[in-house]
Design a protein around this ligand. Sequence first.
Ligand code: RIB
Ligand code: CA
Length: 335
Amino acid sequence: MATTAKKPVKIIHDCDPGHDDAVAILMAAVHPMIDLKAVTVVAGNQTLEKTVRNALNVCSASKRCADIPIAAGMSRPMVREQVIAGDIHGESGLDGPVFGEPELGLDTRHAVDLIIDLLLDSDDPITLVPTGPLTNIAMAIRKEPEIVEKIERIVLMGGAYQHGNVTPSAEFNIYADPEAAHVVFTCGRPIVMMGLDVTRKANATAEMVAKVRSLGNPQAILFAEMMEFFAKSQKEVFGWDAPPLHDPTCIAWLIDPTCFTTKPMRVEIELRGSLTYGRTSCDYFGLEHQEGPGKELYEGGGALARPTGPNAEVAVDVDFEKFWKIIYDCFALYK
Ligand code: RIB
Ligand code: CA
């Protein structure tokens, strides 16, 4: 029986490069399963000025983004004070490789407006792939609620149902703008959450990095140079022997979802906790679901009646070999 070829997935990649964002851009720009409609940039790993410069450099280095709009977005979170991750990504936000002047320039629109325009103008829905703080996505939803029905799904890197990485409770992308994350997780569209629980199993081992480097093309070399710095900073800060490749898990899921195991969960964002601000509270066991173990607390609007039911597919495991074959195959497509 003839298998129907899967159509490329139309995506907007919203990012805060950042070494792992940069790898995700290089994968999305080249893989035939991904129709990259735009790269939008947000403050996060570094200030907006630096994440924009890094995005232009990486998109230029891909040699695949000449016809793709790249737009600068929100320079600050919606409510809280700004936090950045200079300890992990360095002063430039992409320390390690040396870039010249980027060949590509910015779209004249603000990223929030570009996201709105692309969604409203598109004949069919578009998948949003945020790999940084969710400020641009949330601001677009608030500015133009009409876009929500044009969002196919949101495949995001962020959160954790176990341990955080910027506080014991919170993961950086969510912690950097918890109110934006609340807007996104309550927007009603399907969400795939690649949290730290799974990205910490998607490590850039020296063996895998060497395999990609051996391809020898400029993009593979750039990958290896970025991983060299990323590995050092992740070792210093967290003691990891091999850095977790957080953001590329989103692109890998789009290319082959079978690479991951996900579990439906209700995910809510803590906005008031002094110790837990920015935590993704993930109902792993369905405790707060009306059909769950604690249902007597909820029947008839019981004491703890809350919105119930899963709002996200949360990744709980990754097939490491499959994940790295996807990454290797992406960089092998660069000639
Ligand atoms: O916590 C990891 C996330 O924060 C990744 O997206 C990394 O790039 C930083 O943005
Ligand atoms: Ca990121």
